[in-house]
Design a protein around this ligand. Sequence first.
Ligand code: HEM
Length: 455
Amino acid sequence: MTSASVPPTTARAPGARVPPLVPGGLPLAGHAGPLLRDPLAFLASLRDHGDLVRLRLGPRTAYAVNAPELVGTLLKRPEYEVGGPLWDTLEVLLGKGVATSNGREHRRQRRMIQPAFRPERIAEYAKVMEEEARAAADRWEAGTTVDVGAHLFAAAVRIVSRSLLVVDSIGRTADDVSASLHTVFEGLYRRMVLSVGPLHRVPTPAQRRFERALADLHRLVDQIVAERRASGEQHPDVLAELLAGTDADGRPLDDREVHDHVVSLLVAGAENVASTIAWTFHLLSEHPDHEKRLVEEVNAVTGGRPVSFADLGRLPHTRNVVTEAMRIRPAAWIFTRRSVAETTLGGYLIPAGSDIVYSPYAMQRDPRSFERHLEFDPDRWTPERAGDVPEFAMMPFGVGNRKCPGDHFSLAELAILLATFAPRWRLSPVEGTDSGTKIGITLHPKRLLMRVEER
Ligand code: HEM
């Protein structure tokens, strides 16, 4: 893939150094052990060894980038393509959709989905967001205990299905998709780290659960596509664009490609949003001062009527709470790239075909970029303070040609969900709740059991 604005880096630049090897790797497994046992702490510890370091995953060498400006370069330069362990693993789930393709194919696919994310379309989708947020908030009963994560996950699946894919009869399917996705995402991380060997094929119960959930998910998506084809209904949505779309040779997309697109949008659209909103509720339950300010802000703007998309511009604290939740609890916490040519990055030599990893989680908790880095402080995103954050230290939606097309969609959805639930329900954790981090391809709170009380 080429980019007119970015000149290629010179290969074999004079003085290019070999990045330092992270100490502590074992002879056969390399650093796979800590990456499985405690990946968040391990990835955050890498900055102590340098801005760019080498790791070993079994027989393969990987490169970890730990400085914001180098991550910015990594994401913007054409020599680094989507690839490496994360994407190789995600292909099992996403097939050859927009998130896993490269070069011309990626540009073609991206052009096909991009119209669905135009600003005027977000305003239309927001009607579904408002409706679903209200319906989900109506389902809670005062004095009961709710599994907040599971509940919001189903709401996120319903929102993306009904807005982008106009699947109106999503009811039960939303719960099935949620359950399958949860299992699949958990299994995928193990598979990514173990991808160095045949271990992930060992038929353990976890592996069997993973395979069953993956098959269920694909079956559900086939059902969604088949129902639409059979109905012949015309909706102004992505699915209609895909069914009418053509491939690089002008042929209609085959069922496989339509399927892969739908899976990519469902997965990307539901998983990250659901994880972010669950973390946000958890953080607010730990920070009643910010919860109070948020509720007061929403009530001052709405006067108690349901929140709408048009209100969002007048809810700066709500927005800052979401941004800060995405900083300290990013859903998407690890990304990989593969170098297509020998290059240098920050003066270090990267051979062609190398796997490169970076972690938004580690970067967004780096004390060199964020004062009181472990503190939940939404006010760091006020206009007066936001300028203190170094460039590329906080980019929850990425940057460059792979930047998330769903950024505005997500921010609207997160703010609407939050501003609908928070003024109505007070949440407090109960016995059995576990806000520890469940590590999969995304990060979730383990089990958020909350008692809900009407305000
Ligand atoms: C809080 C919510 C979300 C977060 C934090 C998030 C984050 C990201 C990030 C960081 C990337 C770039 C990956 C890379 O550079 O390798 C990405 C890509 C992508 N996201 Fe999102 N995302 C979110 C919501 C959504 C939604 C709601 C949709 C669609 C409905 C979506 C669709 C996609 C797609 C299709 C890609 C691949 C783009 C490409 O490769 O050209 N995302 N997302």
